[in-house]
Design a protein around this ligand. Structure first.
Ligand code: SF4
Length: 319
């Protein structure tokens, strides 16, 4: 659980979201949640690719043109200003220098930083399709397992909770990989994630279990790499209420011999209220954790699912 993550996750971020005045017009796009509550738990690594390649502040605006799959970044007024390769080579140099980051928050719609749906104009000047910012594309190609989100999407409570969960899981994984890997450590890590993975994907839960079923005479490093790829892919899936309800019932199963009929009925009622969207996930979760504290079960208490991120962020009060 959170207590085992001893250091704050390091998270890359578009500098303007922190309030740095690096935008083309000398302004910023400071985000209150990112610089407020979230900053207490994440250490940020700010990067402004356009300033880094020497475009200066203020500067002429750029936009994406051409093939939406591989657009170029050119001046909005002066198409002869093509900064595509400068942005790409900066990204290729910068990404390895970011350190052991566990996530990245990008500025939406930027021709450099946007992770999706950035307008791409056709060569004939028509607003045609959407694509990915030049820096963001290189970042995501070089770090395919990295949780990446945009400021706008983080206003969606489910995406927000999912992003923070993935950052913490990757952070704990990086801590595990920083030491000498053993089969026992890998199995212990997996057993803590089980219910969390189950909420995201039953199929991935089974595949991960099979992956670790026979760890004698295997290349442990190779298995670990496969495991991380499958795990992070599974966690990127949006969790539905139905899936949470399923896992809540599994957790409740551990309590069935310890709580009386009244407590059981109360728990079921709170899970059903959550299913009907009358209460947030935090309601049945708090009740379950209360009973697990009174009737400790070592296996259940280590489950990341019960506390995947700091309670103070109150992320499960909004989903
Ligand atoms: S969106 Fe990216 S390139 Fe644009 S100002 Fe922000 S950090 Fe700089």
């Amino acid at each position: 659980m959170i207590e085992s993550a001893q250091t704050k996750p390091l998270v890359g971020i578009s500098s303007c979201l922190l309030g740095q005045q690096v935008r083309f017009d000398g302004g910023h796009k400071k985000d209150g949640w990112i610089t407020g509550p979230l900053a207490e738990f994440f250490d940020y690594v700010p990067v402004c690719p356009e300033v880094a390649i020497g475009l200066g502040v203020p500067r002429p605006t750029i936009h994406l043109v051409g093939d939406p799959e591989r657009p170029r970044a050119v001046g909005s007024r002066d198409p002869s200003l093509d900064v595509t390769s400068r942005l790409e080579s900066f990204a290729r140099q910068q990404v390895p220098l970011l350190g052991e980051i566990s996530g990245y928050i990008l500025k939406s719609k930027s021709p450099s930083c946007g992770m999706a749906r950035v307008p791409v104009t056709s060569d004939k000047g028509m607003p045609a399709k959407v694509g990915v910012g030049i820096y963001a594309r290189v970042l995501m190609e070089r770090k395919p397992l990295l949780p990446v989100e945009e400021d706008g999407r983080l206003n969606d409570a489910v995406l927000r909770e999912n992003f923070v969960t993935r950052v913490y899981v990757l952070h704990r994984w990086q801590q595990l990989r920083a030491g000498r890997l053993t089969a026992a450590k890998l199995i212990d890590f997996h057993s803590r994630q089980k219910y969390l993975v189950m909420a995201h994907s039953q199929a991935a839960y089974q595949r991960l279990g099979q992956m670790l079923a026979h760890l004698k005479q295997v290349d442990l490093e190779a298995v670990a790499d496969m495991y991380a790829a499958e795990l992070m892919t599974a966690l990127a899936r949006r969790v539905t209420r139905r899936r949470h309800v399923n896992v809540l019932h599994h957790v409740m199963g551990y309590l069935k011999d310890h709580i009386d009929a009244g407590d059981k009925a109360e728990l079921i009622a709170s899970i059903e209220a959550y299913r009907r969207e009358e209460v947030a996930l935090v309601v049945p979760m708090t009740l379950l954790r209360h009973h697990l504290r009174r009737h400790p079960d070592p296996y259940m208490q280590q489950q990341v699912y019960l506390a995947p991120h700091p309670e103070k962020l109150a992320l499960r009060g909004a989903i």
